[in-house]
Design a protein around this ligand. Structure first.
Ligand code: PLP
Length: 473
C-alpha cells in the first residue's frame, strides 16, 4: 500500500519542461542561462524526491509540489550558486597551462601548506633565531639556489614584474641589446618593448627578424650599453632560414665587454623534458650554466606553482634588484610564497615533482593512459545520458600552453560529442553555462572533451551536465 502511494507521489513531481513554460521561471531566464536554471530546478526536484523517499506518505504535503514552492527553492539554489563569481570550471580543452583558466593547478600537499599558513600567524618576516625582523624571501632562497645552482634568488609577483624590475635595476637609462627575432608579445599584454620602456631602459634592436649573428651584438655594444638580453620566444617560432645566437655566446660576448647578460625564460622549468620523451624546452639550470647573470621565469607555467616571478643569478646583480624600491610594489604575497616553497620542495626529487605536480603530471601522461581515460569517460556518458548525443573516442592533439613547448602538439585522446538536436556551437554555449561551467574545443562540428586536463571527479559532473542538457532538450 505504502509503496503504491509513494509511487503516486513521485508521479506528481512536476517535469522540468512544464516548469520552464511557466511565466515566473521564464522570467528567471532574463538573469540566468538556461543551463543554469535547468540545473537549479533539478536540484530542487531531487530534494523533493529525497523527501518522498524518506518520509511517510502521510507526512508529505501537496504544497511542496506547487510551482510556487519549487520556484522558491530554485531561487534559493540560484542565489547560493551566485555566491562566488570566481569559481571552479572544468577544463576540457586539453591546454594544460591555460592562462584564461588559471594556468597551473597546485599539488594537494602545496594546498595544505598554503591553507595552514593562510589561517595562522607565520614567520613571514620574522627571524625565529634572532627574534626580530626577518626577510620574506629567505623561505625560498636556499631552495631555489640549491635546485638551480644560482648564487642568489629573489621572487616577485609575476614574471612580467621580474623582467621589469631586473631591467630597471640593472639598465635604467642605458641601452639593452635584444635580437629583433626575440621581440615578442606574449598573451596580448606582455611586450618586451613596452616593458623595456617602463623600466627606463633603452631598447636597442639588433639583427633582422629571422637572423641575428654574434657580430650584430658585438657591433651594437658601446658606451651606452647596460645589458644584453635574451628572450625565450615562447608562443612563437620562426621556421626556415632562421638563426639566433645561443645563450652561451650572448653571455660570453657580454662578459668580454664587462656587461651582464640576462635571459627571460618565460616558462622556466627545472626538468629536462627530453629525459621524459618530450620535446626539449630550455631549463633554468642550463641558462645559468650558459653563463647568464640573471634569469627570470614564471612560477605558474611549467614550474607548476602559484603565480610568481622568479629571478635568479649572480649575487652582484640580484642584490641591486632586492634593494630597488619597485620591489615593494611587486612584492610577492604570503600565500604565494607558501605555495611556491611547497612546490619547490617537491623538486628536491625530480621524479617526485613529475608525479605530484599537476602541470607536469598532465603533460607527461602516456597516450595509453589518456586512451584509457577517454574510453572510460565515453562509457560513463553512454550509460548516464539517455539521448541527444553520440559519443566517440578520437585521437587528437593537445597543447601545453603558457608559451611552453610552443610548436609542439602532444598526442591525446578526446571524447568527441556530436549533438543530435542542436548545433555544436549551441552545445558549447550550454556547457559553458552549466554548473560548473565546462570549457571545450569545437572542431569539425563536434565538441571535443580532451581528457588530458580533466581531473578526478570531473567525469561525474560531466555525466550529470550532459544528462541535464539532454533532458532539457
Ligand atoms: C609568460 C611570459 C612572460 C610573462 O610572465 P607572467 O608570469 O605571465 O607575468 C614574460 N616573458 C615570457 C618569455 C613569457 O613566456
Amino acid at each position: 500500500m505504502r509503496e503504491n502511494s509513494k509511487k503516486e507521489l513521485f508521479r506528481k513531481i512536476p517535469k522540468v519542461d512544464e516548469l520552464l513554460k511557466g511565466e515566473r521561471f521564464g522570467k528567471l531566464l532574463e538573469n540566468y542561462s538556461r543551463g543554469h536554471l535547468v540545473s537549479a530546478i533539478r536540484v530542487a526536484l531531487s530534494s523533493l524526491r529525497e523527501k518522498i523517499k524518506e518520509l511517510d506518505p502521510s507526512a508529505v504535503s501537496m504544497e511542496w509540489f506547487t510551482p510556487e514552492a519549487i520556484y522558491f527553492q530554485v531561487e534559493e539554489e540560484l542565489s547560493r550558486r551566485e555566491e562566488y563569481h570566481f569559481r571552479r570550471v572544468i577544463n576540457a580543452t586539453g591546454v594544460v597551462i591555460h592562462t584564461n583558466l588559471g594556468r597551473s593547478l597546485l599539488a594537494p600537499v602545496v594546498m595544505e601548506h598554503l591553507a595552514r599558513v593562510a589561517g595562522s600567524y607565520s614567520n613571514l618576516e620574522y627571524d625565529l633565531d634572532a627574534g626580530g625582523r626577518g626577510i620574506r624571501y629567505v623561505h625560498v632562497q636556499r631552495l631555489l639556489c640549491e635546485l638551480t645552482g644560482a648564487e642568489d634568488a629573489l621572487v616577485v609577483n609575476n614574471n612580467a614584474g621580474a623582467v621589469l624590475i631586473a631591467l630597471n635595476s640593472l639598465a635604467s637609462g642605458r641601452e639593452v641589446i635584444v635580437s629583433r627575432g626575440e621581440l615578442v608579445e606574449i598573451g596580448g599584454s606582455f611586450r618586451i618593448p613596452d616593458v623595456m620602456a617602463w623600466s627606463g631602459a633603452i631598447l636597442k634592436e639588433v639583427g633582422t627578424t629571422n637572423k641575428t649573428h654574434p657580430y650584430d651584438y658585438e657591433q651594437a655594444i658601446g658606451e651606452q650599453t647596460g645589458l644584453l638580453l635574451k628572450v625565450h620566444t615562447s608562443n612563437f617560432r620562426l621556421v626556415g632560414f632562421v638563426e639566433q645566437v645561443p645563450g652561451q655566446e650572448v653571455a660570453s660576448i657580454a662578459h668580454k665587454n664587462d656587461l651582464p647578460a640576462m635571459e627571460d625564460l618565460g616558462s622556466g622549468n627545472f626538468i629536462d623534458f627530453r629525459t621524459l620523451g618530450l620535446p626539449s624546452e630550455p631549463t633554468v639550470q642550463q641558462a645559468l650554466k650558459d653563463g647568464m647573470d640573471v634569469v627570470t621565469f614564471s612560477g605558474d607555467k611549467l614550474l607548476g606553482g602559484p603565480q610568481a616571478g622568479v629571478i635568479l643569478g649572480k649575487k652582484k646583480y640580484i642584490e641591486p634588484i632586492q634593494k630597488n624600491p619597485l620591489n615593494r610594489a611587486l612584492r610577492i604575497d604570503k600565500l604565494t610564497l607558501a605555495g611556491l616553497e611547497a612546490t619547490l620542495k617537491l623538486y628536491e626529487d625530480p621524479m617526485e615533482a613529475v608525479s605530484r605536480i599537476p602541470t607536469l603530471q598532465m603533460i607527461t601522461q602516456s597516450p595509453e593512459t589518456l586512451k584509457r581515460k577517454a574510453v572510460s569517460l565515453r562509457r560513463r556518458l553512454m550509460n548516464g545520458v539517455r539521448e541527444g548525443f553520440s559519443f566517440q573516442v578520437v585521437l587528437s592533439t593537445s597543447r601545453v600552453g603558457g608559451g611552453a613547448l610552443p610548436e609542439e602538439a602532444l598526442p591525446t585522446y578526446c571524447v568527441a560529442v556530436t549533438p543530435l538536436q542542436m548545433s555544436e556551437t549551441a552545445l558549447e554555449e550550454r556547457l559553458r553555462g552549466s554548473d560548473p561551467p565546462v570549457i571545450v574545443r569545437v572542431e569539425e562540428e563536434r565538441v571535443l572533451l580532451d581528457v588530458r586536463t580533466l581531473l578526478e571527479g570531473d567525469a561525474k559532473d560531466l555525466v550529470r551536465i550532459f544528462s541535464d542538457i539532454s533532458d532539457a532538450g
